[in-house]
Design a protein around this ligand. Sequence first.
Ligand code: NAD
Ligand code: MG
Length: 299
Amino acid sequence: MSTDQPFRSGAIRDPRLPEPDFPKQEQPFPGLASRMDPLPDHGETSYRGSGRLAGKRALITGGDSGIGAAAAIAYAREGADIAINYLPEEQEDADRIIALIKAEGRKAIAIPGDLQDEDFCKSLVAQTVEALGGLDILVNNAGRQQFCEKLEDLTTEDFDATMKTNVYAPFWITRAALPHMEAGASIIITSSVQAFSASELLFDYAQTKAANVAFAQSLAKQLAPRGIRVNAVCPGPYWTALQVSGGQPPKKAAEHGKNQPLGRPGQPVEIAPIYVLLASDEASYITGEYFGSVGGGGL
Ligand code: NAD
Ligand code: MG
């Protein structure tokens, strides 16, 4: 399922299409976008930039696939240099995105590693700043979502892994990054519609996504006097590896987004423009906010 028409061309596009037709599928965590059927659309052939982030330097966690990959491609086409982080087992997906960034003539730095490790989070920022010569845009986007039907079955290890990945890592990374960020810099965190309507299957995950909204709201107030903006993005159902690698029961993942008014899940490229806007100087009066893209169901 590829969205043939360019998104930013002014061409009229029917938002109900293409209709979902997803075979049941399952992968081990963290999953590979390149093994999904149909392949998610990260904007590989469709996203067109117009220099909105010219010369900026960005770090995107989870930039190998899904929403982070769509942001990475869009940022490169808008003129930014980019470092992406991902888990070592996702190298294949990361290689594709790195090649696409380089094809735009931008710097593309691949820094694999586990965000559950505080020391790695510090070193991720240090390596990014060293390679890019500074940091203007930080996108805390990596996330862990593993469904669990009964609270009694949710282990402390699982709960801890979700908290570490989704709550601690953005704190560790942002704390390490701030000394390198100047007035005009932008911090973005990927939350979820789950922050506002928590699924019975996502007890631990939903709590972390509510924390992500509070992260943006609190930090935006703290950093406004320094001229650094902070915002959250709250996606609804998007077609990404997260959903087919334990994020949902396989039957539900195949129907992901079907119940939204638009009748389908979003493709990662469809949320990239929000990440571009929030990172750009055009959003200079936008901070402490959260933005939904849920397919009609609302936040
Ligand atoms: P994705 O699987 O493509 O991306 C998630 C990424 O998180 C992975 O690629 C992986 O690199 C990274 N990650 C997970 N654990 C990690 C760890 N310990 N160390 C380093 N990296 C780690 O899926 P996606 O849907 O694009 O997810 C991106 C963000 O969007 C997540 O924060 C997710 O919670 C959020 N989100 C997704 C949806 C959806 O329907 N797809 C909805 C709402 C919110
Ligand atoms: Mg991935």
